[in-house]
Ligand binder design. Structure first.
Ligand SMILES: Nc1ncnc2c1ncn2[C@@H]1O[C@H](COP(=O)(O)OP(=O)(O)O)[C@@H](O)[C@H]1O
Ligand SMILES: [Mg+2]
Ligand SMILES: [Zn+2]
Length: 449
């Protein structure tokens, strides 16, 4: 006898409604509701019934730092040093970005038994990829399966240390009548995998596709269930890929891992600055270099601005890789403090290489790139610009100045502009100019040529 009912669930945020609604009252997305069968809560409760155990706080068996490294440095950095036993990691990203490649390469390098479950590819396809990626390890078990109860049985049988589920959208549990990829299936499968991880101490990678809206695996509910959410991203026109933490119960979310996609798989990028600078052309207007911290690493990158007169009523402002509101603020500061006429100009701003930056230390480079374009004079191309710009046009201090300066020096730059208030590093070979305000910076980088 079934006590199940029909409900409508938002495929984006998991909001439940008894009627179909066009716009989600919770997350405001349109046409995101789909009909799903939901089990009566009483039956659910009965299933969940089991005896719970209470423990005394005891450090003698604490194993939290017993991490299993993937032995891919860029990957481990983002994980916070390796896999915590019993943890579940969701890896999201656009189709084709390289999620399966990344997890398969990790499976190869991990020192332990790995079960790779694919619901998307056949064993033959998986083996072909493994061959192309030059996978050497014999310790990888492959399973082409989409039925989660069968998968859980295999896990029990094999007791692997690491499990890969590729992808969660293809999985379904027979207890639920919903189709694979629905909110209920995705959520219930993830909850069961999470229970397995906690019970057995194995670590589980769950691969998920990002929907058009950019949410991992569709329902945002997943992000709350798992321990760690990583996003694998890249730009269509570039071969590099960035692995970024969005949530991490066991580490910082500031670190990024950088890879390059090659025929034979993902290759770690040891010196990111070189990639982000390598397409730079000398002596063009609107281009500056800054040093941005990505986690604990400084990365030098080019900021590009293009300012053109607007012939229509509303000037266009487009920011790629940079916060749009922050750009508006900086434009207002430049207008008021540096007397640049920008209110009726189109402004296009781009972080070259397609990287996304959200730290204020790049403000100075953004401002000088815009000024260079407005003034139609190239900025000095051997200078690196570091500093936050305040509303008064003053240059404010930034963190990790030493590391940023070191990176500029390492890559052969001759001058660096830094906030005046900073404590300066000793014995640097690079020339350091402490700068108090935006006008001083413009004078030094653009006018002095
Ligand atoms: N034969 C090949 N030679 C070179 N690169 C390939 C080849 N096959 C796939 N790739 C690269 O791998 C990417 C697909 O990676 P994959 O791990 O399957 O992505 P995902 O699992 O995220 O959908 C492709 O976009 C392409 O860049
Ligand atoms: Mg894949
Ligand atoms: Zn919603």
């Amino acid at each position: 006898m079934s006590k199940n009912r029909i409900k409508f669930i938002c495929s984006n945020c998991g909001y439940e409604s008894l009627r179909w609604v066009g716009k989600c009252p919770s997350c405001d997305s349109w046409n995101s509701f789909s009909e799903e069968i939901v089990e009566d809560t009483k039956t659910k409760r009965a299933k969940a019934l089991r005896k719970s155990e209470v423990h005394e706080l005891d450090f003698s068996e604490t194993k939290i730092e017993n991490r299993l490294p993937t032995n891919i440095k860029e990957f481990d950095r983002v994980l916070g040093g390796g896999l915590i036993p019993g943890s579940v990691i969701l890896i999201g990203g656009d189709p084709g970005i390289g999620k399966s490649t990344l997890v398969l390469q990790a499976a190869d390098k991990i020192n332990g038994k790995v079960l790779y479950v694919s619901g998307e590819e056949s064993i033959n396809q998986l083996s072909l990829r493994a061959k192309r990626l030059n996978v050497k390890s014999k310790g990888i078990l492959l399973l082409a399966e989409t039925d989660l109860s069968n998968i859980l049985d295999s896990i029990k049988e094999q007791s692997p240390e690491v499990i890969i589920i590729d992808s969660i959208q293809t999985m379904s549990h027979p207890d639920f009548e919903n189709a694979p990829g629905t909110v209920t299936q995705i959520r219930e499968c993830t909850v069961r995998l999470m229970q397995t991880a906690k019970l057995t101490g194995c670590s589980i990678f769950i691969v998920g596709h990002v929907t058009k809206e950019g949410y991992i695996a569709g329902p945002k509910v997943l992000e709350h269930i798992v321990d760690t959410v990583l996003q694998f991203e890249g730009e269509k026109n570039y071969s590099y890929r960035i692995l970024r933490g969005q949530k991490n119960r066991f580490g910082s979310t500031n670190e990024i891992g950088i890879f390059e996609m090659h025929e034979e798989g993902l290759v770690e990028v040891k010196n990111p600055s070189e990639i982000f600078l390598n397409e730079r052309t000398d002596n063009i207007t609107g281009s500056t270099i800054t040093s941005s911290m990505e986690g604990t690493r400084p990365i030098l990158l080019e900021v590009q601005a293009l300012v053109t007169p607007s012939h229509y009523g509303n000037p266009q402002r487009v920011a790629t890789g940079f916060d749009y509101r922050r750009l508006s603020i900086l434009l207002a500061v430049l207008e008021k403090r540096a007397k640049l006429r920008l209110s009726s100009a189109n402004v296009f701003l781009n972080m070259a290489g397609g990287i996304k930056i959200d730290e204020p230390a790049v403000d100075l480079a953004v401002c000088c790139a815009i000024a260079s374009s407005v003034m139609d004079k190239p900025a000095n191309n051997t200078t690196v610009l570091i500093g936050e710009v305040g509303l008064g046009g003053e240059i404010r201090g930034v963190g990790h100045l030493d590391k940023r300066i070191q990176e500029a020096e390492k890559l052969g730059f001759q001058k660096v502009l830094v906030p005046k208030i900073s404590k300066l590093p000793k014995n640097s070979k690079i020339k350091i100019y402490p700068i108090a305000d935006i006008n001083e910076a413009i004078d030094r980088t653009i006018k002095s040529e």
